[in-house]
Design a protein around this ligand. Structure first.
Ligand SMILES: N[C@@H](CCC(=O)N[C@@H](CS)C(=O)NCC(=O)O)C(=O)O
Length: 230
C-alpha cells in the first residue's frame, strides 16, 4: 500500500495531523470524504489503496475494514469506514463549516439524498466488475452497462424530484451541504464512466455546473490527487 502525504492540502489547511484517509483517487465514495475534509478545512494524510491492483484485499487493510472497501478514516484511535458514517463522525467531531443545516426539514432532505446515493445508486454500479461481467455472460454483450444505466437513471429521476423545490446554486439551497458532498462525485462519476444523458435531469445538471466551480470539490477530484490512479 502506497503511503503519501497530500502536501498541497497540508500547506493550506488547519493542522489536524492525526487524520489519515485510506482511499482511492477514482472511488466516488472516497471523493465524498475528500470533499468534506476540504470543506471543513481539515488536513489529512493521504494513504492510497489502489483498488485496480487489489490492495483492498491486503491483510493490513482488512484489519481497518473487514468489508475491504474504501474509504476508511483513522482519527487517532478511532477507525471509521463507510462514507456516510465518516461524514456523520466528522460533523460531530469537527463541527466547523457545518455540512448539515439546522432546519429539520432541510437536514432530513440532506440525509435522504446522501442515503439514496450511498444505498440506492452507487452500490448498483460499484458492483459493475462482478455483476456486469456475469450479466454480460448470461444475458448478452452490453447488457451490463444498460443495467447500470437504468439503475442510475432511476435514482437520478428520484433525486431530481426530491431536490427540485429546494435547489438554487446547490442541491438544497445557496450553501453546500451533505447532499452536495454525495451528489457532486456521484454525478461526475456517472458522466465520466456511464455515458448518462444529463439533459433528462435539468436540476442535477444545474447544480453540477456549480460544483465544478467549487475549489474544494476540484481539489478532491481524482485528477488532483497525489498519484493518478492510486
Ligand atoms: N457504502 C460504502 C461503499 C464503499 C464502496 O463501495 N467502496 C468501493 C469504492 S467506491 C470499494 O472500495 N470497492 C472495492 C471493491 O469492489 O473491491 C461507502 O459509502 O463508503
Amino acid at each position: 500500500m502506497e503511503q503519501l502525504n497530500n502536501q498541497n492540502q497540508r500547506d493550506t489547511m488547519n493542522s489536524s495531523p492525526e487524520l489519515v484517509l485510506y482511499n482511492f483517487s477514482h472511488s466516488s465514495c472516497s471523493w465524498r470524504v475528500r470533499f468534506a475534509l476540504n470543506l471543513k478545512g481539515l488536513d489529512y494524510e493521504y494513504k492510497a489503496v489502489n483498488l485496480a491492483k487489489g490492495e483492498q484485499f491486503s491483510t493490513e487493510f482488512e484489519k481497518l475494514n473487514p468489508l475491504r472497501y474504501v474509504p476508511v478514516l483513522v482519527d487517532g484511535d478511532v477507525v471509521v469506514s463507510d462514507s456516510l458514517a465518516i461524514l456523520l463522525y466528522l460533523e460531530e467531531k469537527y463541527p466547523q463549516r457545518a455540512l448539515l443545516p439546522d432546519d429539520p426539514r432541510r437536514k432530513a432532505l440532506n440525509l435522504q439524498v446522501a442515503s439514496v446515493v450511498c444505498s440506492s445508486i452507487q452500490p448498483l454500479h460499484m458492483l459493475a466488475l462482478v455483476v456486469h461481467k456475469s450479466i454480460e455472460e448470461k444475458v448478452g454483450p452490453g447488457e451490463g452497462l444498460l443495467w447500470a444505466q437504468s439503475s442510475i437513471e432511476k435514482g437520478f429521476f428520484a433525486l431530481e424530484k426530491l431536490v427540485k423545490d429546494f435547489a438554487t446554486s446547490f442541491a438544497t439551497g445557496e450553501a453546500l451541504y451533505m447532499a452536495d458532498v454525495f451528489l457532486a462525485p456521484q454525478i461526475a462519476t456517472v458522466v465520466m464512466r456511464f455515458n448518462i444523458d444529463m439533459s433528462n435531469f435539468p436540476v442535477l445538471s444545474r447544480v453540477y455546473e456549480s460544483y465544478k466551480t467549487v475549489p474544494e470539490f476540484r481539489a478532491s477530484s481524482p485528477e488532483a490527487q497525489p498519484v493518478a490512479g492510486s
